[in-house]
Design a binder for this molecule. Structure first.
Ligand code: BTN
Length: 327
C-alpha cells in the first residue's frame, strides 16, 4: 500500500460521512483518476467504500484482516510488530522471517500472512493455513540467553496466546498442552513453532511462529483435522477481530519475553501449570525416536515435562511429542 493510499484511508476513517473526491485530490495533489485508483486498491484489500455522485466516498467497513493499516494503529508495543511485513500469500511466515533475520532484521520484526501455501507445524507436520480467516505470524527474537533455554519460548508463547485470547473472548476453557499447543474444549486452537539459529554459546535468532484458528467455520477443516481442531469463532460464537487479536498477542509477547529473558520461566510457571491439560494424565511421549510412558507430575522450573514411569522413577523431558492415553 502506498503512502497516498494510506493517507486516503486515513481521511475516510477520520470522517463520519462522505469525503469529496476533490478534498482527496487537493490533500494529496493527485488527479480524480488517481483517487479512483486508490479507492479501487482499498476495495481490493477488502475495505467497503461507498461512492455517491457529488458527495464522494464513505468508508462503510474495514476488513477483518491483519493488514498493516488495521494492526499498526492498535499496537501498544515498543518493538514487537514495529517492523511489520504483511503478505497476502506466502509459503511459510517462519521461512520469510528466517530470511529477514539472516539479513539482519531487528528483534520484534513481524511477518504476517493471510494464507500460507506450506505452513509448517512441529515435527515436519503441515499447518493448515486457509485465507481470510486465521492468524499466521512469525516474530524475530534475538534473546541474550543461553541456547539451552530456547525451547522455553514455546511455553512462553503458548501462555501469551491464552492471555491474548482471553482479553477478546473471556470465559473460554483454554488450556495448554506441553510443549507448544493451545487447546480449547480438548481440541487444538493454536500452535507454536520455534526455529532456532544458534551456536554453542549464543542464540543468533529465533523465529517464533504462531498459528491461531480464528474464524474458520467448523466445516472448513479438512478430514484429518475435523474433530481435532477448533476455532475461536466456533467456541465464542462471534467473529473475532484478527487485528485486535494480533495486536494483543504482540503486546503480551513483548512483555512476557522481556520478563523471561531477565528472570527465566519462574514468574510464568504458576499460571502455566494452572492451565496445563496434562497434569495427572497418562501419556506417551516420543523423544528422539524413543517412546516413554508415564503419568505427568508437572513441569520443572526449566520447562521440562515431569513424568512418573511405571517403575516409579521421575523422568524430565525437555522436548517431545505427547499423546494422551485417555482424556
Ligand atoms: C504446531 O502446532 O505444530 C506449530 C504450528 C505453527 C504454525 C505457525 S503459522 C505461522 C508460522 N509459519 C509456519 O509455517 N508455521 C508457523
Amino acid at each position: 500500500m502506498t503512502p497516498t493510499t494510506v493517507g486516503i484511508l486515513d481521511l475516510l476513517r477520520r470522517s463520519q460521512g462522505y469525503v469529496s473526491g476533490e478534498a482527496m485530490c487537493v490533500q494529496h495533489g493527485i488527479s480524480r483518476a488517481a483517487v479512483w485508483k486508490h479507492i479501487g486498491g482499498l476495495r481490493e484489500l477488502g475495505y467497503r467504500i461507498s461512492s455517491a455522485p457529488r458527495r464522494g466516498y464513505r468508508l462503510d467497513a474495514a476488513p477483518n484482516s491483519p493488514l498493516p493499516t488495521e494492526v499498526l494503529p492498535l499496537l501498544a508495543t515498543h518493538r514487537f510488530g514495529r517492523a511489520y511485513h504483511f503478505l497476502r500469500r506466502t509459503d511459510s511466515t517462519n521461512r520469510v522471517a528466517g530470511e529477514l533475520a539472516e539479513a539482519g532484521a531487528a528483534e520484534g520484526t513481524t511477518v504476517v500472512a493471510d494464507t500460507q501455501t506450506a505452513g509448517r507445524g512441529r515435527l515436519g507436520r503441515e499447518w493448515f493455513s486457509p485465507p481470510g480467516v486465521n492468524l499466521y505470524v512469525s516474530i524475530i527474537l534475538r534473546p541474550r540467553v543461553q541456547p539451552v533455554r530456547a525451547p522455553q519460548l514455546a511455553l512462553v508463547a503458548g501462555l501469551c496466546v491464552v492471555r491474548a485470547v482471553r482479553c477478546l473472548c473471556p470465559g473460554l476453557p483454554l488450556r495448554l498442552k506441553w510443549p507448544n499447543d493451545v487447546y480449547c474444549d480438548r481440541r487444538k486452537l493454536a500452535g507454536v513453532l520455534c526455529d532456532l539459529s544458534a551456536d554453542m554459546d549464543e542464540i543468533r535468532h529465533l523465529i517464533l511462529g504462531i498459528g491461531v484458528n480464528v474464524n474458520l467455520p467448523p466445516t472448513g477443516f479438512p478430514g484429518g483435522l475435523a474433530g481435532a481442531a477448533v476455532t475461536l469463532q466456533e467456541m465464542a460464537g462471534i467473529e473475532v477481530s484478527r487485528p485486535q487479536l494480533l495486536a494483543g498477542l504482540l503486546a503480551e509477547l513483548e512483555q512476557a519475553v522481556e520478563l523471561w529473558v531477565d528472570e527465566g520461566l519462574g514468574p510464568l510457571l504458576d499460571e502455566w501449570r494452572h492451565l496445563s491439560i496434562l497434569e495427572g494424565r497418562e501419556v506417551r511421549v516420543h523423544v528422539l525416536g524413543q517412546e516413554l510412558t508415564g503419568t505427568v507430575t508437572g513441569l520443572s522450573r526449566e520447562g521440562a515435562l515431569r513424568l512418573r514411569t511405571a517403575t516409579g522413577k521421575v523422568r524430565e523431558v525437555l522436548s517431545g511429542d505427547v499423546t494422551v492415553a485417555e482424556w
